[in-house]
Design a protein around this ligand. Structure first.
Ligand code: G3P
Length: 217
């Protein structure tokens, strides 16, 4: 499973990228707001750090304007994936931009039928939101599994990009189901390294090592 990092925080992206943990980046208008940066500038900087797909989201609601915005975002760098919402106009935009050879990430997906439409419109990525379905007492991971089955049934090439991944359990289950990609905030990716028994075991090793009175360096 590829790891995309869900942030427009350049320092956080660079840190994970140096460790080989970043296969791509996803941003959205909320993350741009959080960064306090200009969308074109920060996206360009991210693309200079990360060689994999960097999603940048359109903000128009009508297809013709979405297409124009998408072309402008795509001109930032060759690794831009234009992100469009899963609306009818977003699907039209997906069809046009993917036909022009651009990567398209269709976002705000909350149903298997929406994912089916995105695949038929030529999406490179479909972004089902796991955590936001959990928020309304549905199981977001069930959606990832349903889309996996449907895409495999018909050999769709659209990649399942599990989004709104908020916990280490979400990450593990997405990998077990076979999501192609997950995107998660830096803190979630880093917390995948944590285990209470690792901490406990290390504490014991350090205590025993101190008793030996030895040094390695
Ligand atoms: O990639 C979409 C993601 O940013 C949404 O996450 O936690 O706001 O639902 P969240």
């Amino acid at each position: 499973m590829k790891f995309f990092v869900d942030t427009a925080d350049v320092a956080a992206i660079a840190e994970l990228n140096d460790l080989g943990m970043v296969d791509g980046v996803t941003t959205n208008p909320s993350l741009i707001l959080k960064s306090g940066r200009d969308i074109l500038e920060v996206t360009k900087e991210i693309c200079s750090i990360v060689s994999g797909p960097v999603s940048a989201e359109v903000v128009a609601l009508k297809a013709d304007e979405m297409i124009a915005e998408g072309r402008k975002l795509a001109s930032i760098a060759p690794n831009i994936a234009v992100k469009v919402p899963l609306t009818w106009d977003g699907l039209k935009t997906c069809k046009v931009l993917s036909g022009e050879g651009f990567m398209v990430n269709v976002t705000l997906c909350f149903s298997a039928n929406q994912a089916l439409l995105a695949a038929k419109a030529g999406a490179t990525f479909i972004s089902p939101f796991v955590g936001r379905l959990d928020d309304i007492n549905l199981d977001g991971l069930d959606l990832i599994a349903d889309i996996r089955t449907i895409y495999d049934n018909y050999d769709f090439k659209t990649q399942i990009l599990a989004a709104s991944v908020r916990t280490v359990n979400h990450a593990k289950e997405c990998a077990l189901i076979g999501a192609d990609v997950m995107t998660a905030p830096p803190a979630v990716i880093k917390s995948m390294a944590n285990h209470i028994l690792t901490d406990k075991g290390l504490e014991q090793f350090m205590a025993d090592w101190a008793k030996t009175g030895q040094k390695i360096l």
